[in-house]
Design a protein around this ligand. Structure first.
Ligand SMILES: [Zn+2]
Length: 505
């Protein structure tokens, strides 16, 4: 009994289709439930494009839908909550019959609003029926403290009532808010705890009793809606943020999470980051080495664990996505300026992409003191060290570090074109051989080899086997030192803009 192949165009035809069983009326929750069962039966993907939730979040959502629950997703930012809620639209029928022009998508067979009831009385079985597509049945609202009952549920218009001679509580005088407009569909409220208490009471009354008081007048609105919500877990569980009756009415609480593995995280970033950039038209090809992708992902993992980063707000999966885009752009810029046709990002491009990192986390007090840029640089360094260990665990790095220990220095930064980088680094014995360990062998395109060499240098720097100055000079960690100041002298160090330091004795 697929509703999609039966599309009556009048009330009379619709009634006949229902009576013959060719079309079946269902509530939204039954409709979503039955369409979900069909997908489970056919083993169709339920949330295509949502990665890493197959064994955790998805089964819980399936159970909530099967239970006909209103539900809430609890999770930190960038855990695909909004995306999942929007994807529920795919579980609706392709279209449903409505009274044409009705703001609350009335069912022609049982209209709620006075205007539609009047039309049925006047036009009878000839009343036209329109078919509302599923995309028009999803309403989303970001909760903020200034959302009013009028925004959410609606308002009464006393002037309209006076003009038409109607009683004030008559629905004809109602200006509908978002929730009634979601009638026969899905209503999603993001960041539910930010909604004022009295709005929560209004929502609850509509959901539970089908009626609500507006400006002291009772308004009856027995709506048919699947309500879904999202919230930060700490806000949601904080005492007094959600009124108890509304909490009781939310059938399932489902926790989302960040990707559990680097592989899942890389798959998400691969899917979301904008890297297909008309390379052919521009005469450019983009090749992102796997270790660059891994470090980009590891930056997010490290940031989530870093004590200087606020854990309550989290570090979004949008961080590695924006970061990878920015890293590729830095490589693109270098390639274009150098006249190279192959764009290969390097680890140093990640340091050049701080603007894609620093806005994506909130800092704890200690982090504020250090500054966002410094915190981000330290996180990148730890991430590079972790990935580097995975690639070079058994490799002999001594030949390279000895070259630096013997006084060698290298000036190499992210702006240097590939050929020049290879020329400058060619003097370091063993360095290019190490680059070959990760696949950048002789004969490989110069930008690929340059990126591998840069990875080795940055890996050694991350592991503190060599040092790197603020001017991108690689050198030995142990530099000949000036004599230390005598212990009794008071040595104060004041930070100045531009990372310059001034010493006061
Ligand atoms: Zn209506």
């Amino acid at each position: 009994m697929s509703p999609s192949n039966v599309r009556p165009s009048t009330l009379g035809e619709l009634r006949a289709a229902v009576n013959s069983g060719a079309y079946r009326q269902r509530t939204v929750k039954d409709e979503v439930r039955e369409n979900l069962i069909a997908r489970l039966r056919n083993r169709t993907a339920i949330f295509p494009g949502i990665i890493g939730y197959d064994e955790t979040v998805v089964p819980q959502i399936v159970n909530a839908v099967l239970s006909r629950h209103n539900f809430i997703l609890l999770g930190l930012r960038g855990q695909a909550k909004s995306r999942i809620l929007r994807a529920l639209t795919d579980l609706l029928d392709e279209a449903i019959p409505v009274v044409p022009g009705c703001e609350i998508h009335d069912n022609p067979l049982a209209p709620l609003c006075a205007a539609c009831r009047a039309r049925v009385r006047e036009e009878g079985e000839a009343l036209p029926v329109a078919w509302l597509p599923r995309e028009a049945r999803y309403v989303e609202k970001l909760a903020t403290p200034d959302v009013t009952i009028a925004d959410m549920i609606g308002d009464l218009d006393p002037i309209k009532a006076a003009r038409s001679g109607l009683h004030l509580a008559d629905e004809l005088t109602m200006h509908y808010g978002l929730l009634p407009r979601a009638n026969r569909g899905i209503f999603a409220i993001n960041e539910l705890p930010d909604l004022a208490g009295k709005i929560q009471v209004g929502l609850f009354n509509i959901l539970q009793e089908g009626d609500v008081q507006i400006k002291g007048y009772p308004v009856r609105l027995p709506l048919d809606v699947l309500m879904v919500f999202s919230a930060n877990p700490e806000d949601y569980t904080a005492r007094g943020k959600i009124i108890t009756p509304l909490k009781d009415r939310i059938g399932s609480e489902i926790r989302t999470h960040y990707p559990a593995s680097r592989q899942h995280a890389m798959a998400i970033t691969r899917q979301e980051a904008w890297l297909a950039r008309h390379e052919k038209e521009a005469g450019l090809a983009i090749d992102v080495p796997e270790y660059v992708r891994e470090v980009v992902e590891e930056v997010a993992f490290e940031a989530r664990q870093d004590s200087k980063v606020d854990k309550r707000s989290g570090v979004s999966q949008r961080l590695p996505i924006s970061l990878l885009e920015n890293v590729v752009s830095n490589a693109e810029r270098r390639a274009v300026l150098a006249g190279e046709s192959l764009v290969v990002p390097r680890i140093t491009d990640i340091y050049a992409a701080l603007p894609a990192i620093t806005g994506k986390f909130e800092l704890e007090y200690e982090g504020e003191l250090r500054g966002a840029d410094n915190v981000a640089r330290e996180i990148i360094r730890v991430a590079v060290g972790s990935v580097f260990t995975g690639y070079f665990a058994g490799a002999d790095l001594r030949q390279v570090t000895e070259w630096f220990d013997l006084g060698g220095t290298l000036n190499v930064d992210d702006t240097l074109d590939a050929k020049e980088l290879l020329k400058r680094t060619g003097q370091v014995q063993g360095l290019h051989e190490l680059a070959a360990v990760i696949g950048a062998k002789d004969g490989a395109p110069a930008p690929l080899v340059a990126s591998a060499v840069d990875f080795v240098l940055e890996g050694l720097y991350a592991q503190k086997k060599i040092a790197r100055s603020d001017e991108w000079r690689y050198q030995a960690t142990e530099q000949p030192r000036r004599a230390r100041p005598a212990p009794e002298s008071i040595d104060r160090e004041l930070p100045l803009p531009g990372n310059k330091k001034k010493y006061y004795n």
